[in-house]
Design a protein around this ligand. Sequence first.
Ligand SMILES: [Zn+2]
Length: 202
Amino acid sequence: MVRELTDNHDQLWNGYSQVFLEMDDLSLARWMAQTLGQFSGHAWRLSHPLLMTYELAAHAAHDRQIWLKGMGIIPAEYTAAECCRAPLLPVLSRDVFNFGLVCKHCGETCVAFADLPEELKPRIDKWSSDYDEAHGVAHWEEDGKKLPPDYDKLFELAAQSAEKLLAQAGSELAPSLLELYPAVAWEDQDECLEVRPEDVDI
Ligand SMILES: [Zn+2]
């Protein structure tokens, strides 16, 4: 799952990454293991600063193949993800139906939708199709659909639906995944519908 980001954004985040790029492999692995310990037992907003910071560390570790080489320390409660051998930290996003749960470390699918527990699939499937319907409103124009005169109102209603659905992801779906994984993260914004993390109230 790759979302478009601007060059300026990348440049800024590369700068932020320096703190981890300067760490040696062992220090980086220790920082990650300790932080994973803090993540344990909770469903985290993707916008949480600690999780965003962890993402920088995860990218640095992934580039240096710390997990593939077995140099990292996997905390006891975590298992190694099949995609990149890093501790399994799945992310629930609006792309869950097509991409499954996404690995926080390498960005690949770490749990395919088909591999989710049977009892969770119908809820997540329903959530995902409701979400697609709301999200699609933001893309009507590029999808070649003629915009109705009251499009602004429809856009606002779709954004309100997305806020409610994201809140449901954070308060119901992500916590139910904690029965399977020590920690999970969930996407708490929608840039296309202009929904910010602070709009998603749980
Ligand atoms: Zn991975």
